[in-house]
Each structure stands twice: as structure tokens, then as C-alpha cells.
Design a protein around this ligand. Structure first.
Ligand SMILES: [Zn+2]
Ligand SMILES: [Zn+2]
Length: 123
């Protein structure tokens, strides 16, 4: 593991995140995270999820995760796989011309149109 990876594991651990989730976030093997945490225990602390700076809770609003919006943006940029809300792309079906939205890359609006396109291409 690199220093940056170790640093990230320690930040996540300080925030009380379990090793299974840390493994998902960092992309490390669960066993590697688990053995590192077991060997290097840390005290729970409210730190910025990106830079690891302690967060001051002067305002009694909801719990903060990042010290700044800069850190927040950087963290999400570094962890696109953690986005639960993906952006919807808009496509136009080349078979029926219907507009549709999808998360991934899709060409046809439906299985029917996909079959139709294949049938046309083959004949
Ligand atoms: Zn920060
Ligand atoms: Zn269609």
C-alpha cells in the first residue's frame, strides 16, 4: 500500500467506518485493510474525509464530512465509484426515434428496438 492509501484508510477508520466499507471506498482488498487496521489502531475522531484535518463543530448544524467544499469536490472526483446518484444521459433511439434516459451507454430504447435493428442489419 502507498502512503496515500494508508493515509486514506486511517482517515476512514478515524471516522468510524468499518473495514468492509473502507475496502470498497479505497479499492483495497478487505483482508489488507483489516490487517492494517488491526496492526495500527486509531482513535475515533471527526476529521475531514479528504485531507484528514480535524473538523471543528462550532455551528451545531448537521455533522460535517469535509472541512471545505474544495475537499468535498476532490474526494468525489477521486471516488467516482462511490456516487450513488449517477448522472442520466439522454439518448435518441435510432429505430423508433424515441428519447430515453439511461445511466450507462445504451443505443436502443428497448429490447424490441434492439431486435428490430439487428433484424434490419441482417436482412
Ligand atoms: Zn479537508
Ligand atoms: Zn426505440
Amino acid at each position: 500500500m502507498t502512503n496515500a492509501e494508508i493515509n486514506e484508510i486511517e482517515i476512514l477508520r478515524k471516522r468510524g467506518i468499518g473495514y468492509t466499507k473502507i475496502a470498497v471506498i479505497t479499492g483495497q482488498a478487505v483482508n489488507a485493510v483489516k490487517s492494517y487496521i488491526t496492526r495500527h489502531p486509531v482513535e475515533l475522531e471527526d476529521v475531514c474525509l479528504y485531507c484528514g484535518k480535524p473538523l471543528n463543530h462550532t455551528d451545531h448544524k448537521r455533522q460535517k464530512t469535509f472541512c471545505s467544499s474544495v475537499c468535498k469536490n476532490k474526494w468525489w472526483y477521486a471516488h467516482p465509484h462511490m456516487m450513488t446518484k449517477q448522472t442520466l444521459n439522454e439518448y435518441v433511439c435510432p429505430v423508433c426515434g424515441k428519447k430515453f434516459k439511461d445511466y450507462g451507454k445504451r443505443v436502443y430504447c428497448s429490447v424490441g428496438c434492439y431486435a428490430e435493428a439487428r433484424r434490419k442489419n441482417n436482412g
